[in-house]
Design a protein around this ligand. Structure first.
Ligand SMILES: [Fe+2]
Length: 263
């Protein structure tokens, strides 16, 4: 990996250059304030709570991995299972998400995809494989912290089409008022294979030794804001006063220059 360069300051707005710089890890994040209005946030929250959130069906050591609630499937839980198992679960999530949006006539994912497509001057599409779509949105509720980790699809098995991406960032829209805390801490330290020796016990978390002395930023989850950060960089989330309800997912750049979404 090329030598790490210090980040430039986070930009004040979103632009084509900023999105390219985010893929290239030249800037720490892009924040779009008031991407959704407070009334849109409230509308989404009540629709989400009506559907209900559930626990992750994954074997974590609950003494060290703080619990979180979620709605809709995430690819993360299927990385070592078969694509068939994932895509049938994804189909259900896609349907449920569409129903949720149709009910309140609000489509935050489409709004975000159009914003990116408009700036990038090219289509931003949902990832697919053998004619089947990935689920591209997850809704999480979290009051606890989230452990230090990185998200980068090329480290998953190659039978997943998304593993072919060359750069990736995460998107989050924060729907609730977190009160004090809840910052997402992003370190200027992209994940590399050699870092897996720092995985701690039976969790998804890494020891902080992996980011020792690295530059970092703390991003406050302002209600209604859209935040994009390069998720190959190690990141963690601090616990907050109120529980945080956020929707988000992953965006990748393929070798052929396509921009794709999945979760
Ligand atoms: Fe993450």
């Amino acid at each position: 990996m090329a030598k790490l360069q210090p980040w430039q300051a986070a930009p004040k707005n979103i632009s084509q250059q900023n999105i390219v710089d985010l893929f290239d890890n030249k800037i720490p994040y892009i924040a779009v304030k008031n991407f959704l209005s407070l009334s849109e946030c409230h509308l989404l929250i009540s629709a989400i709570l009506k559907l209900g959130l559930g626990g992750y069906n994954y074997h974590f050591d609950i003494n060290t991995a703080p619990p979180a609630q979620h709605l809709f499937e995430t690819h993360y839980l299927y990385e070592n299972k078969t694509p068939e198992e994932y895509f049938s679960a994804a189909e259900k999530s896609i349907k449920e998400y569409k129903q949720l949006c149709d009910e309140i006539k609000l489509y935050p994912d489409k709004k975000m995809m159009s914003l990116l497509a408009e700036h990038l001057q090219k289509p931003v599409v949902i990832a697919s494989q053998d004619g089947k779509y990935y689920s591209h949105i997850i809704i999480r509720e979290l009051k606890n912290s989230a452990l230090l980790h990185a998200d980068f699809a090329p480290f998953i098995p190659s039978y997943w089409s998304i593993s072919n991406i060359i750069a990736e960032f995460a998107w989050n829209i924060y729907l609730s008022d977190a009160g004090k805390g809840g910052e997402c801490v992003v370190y200027n330290k992209p994940w590399g294979k050699e870092d897996d020796k720092y995985i701690t016990g039976d969790t998804y978390g890494y020891d902080h030794e992996v980011v020792k002395d690295k530059e970092f930023v703390e991003i406050y989850p302002a209600q209604g804001s859209l935040v994009l950060f390069n998720s190959r960089n190690f990141h963690e989330v601090k616990s907050s006063e109120n529980s945080r309800i956020a929707m988000g997912g992953h965006i990748g750049l393929t070798k052929t220059g396509e921009v794709i979404l999945w979760v």
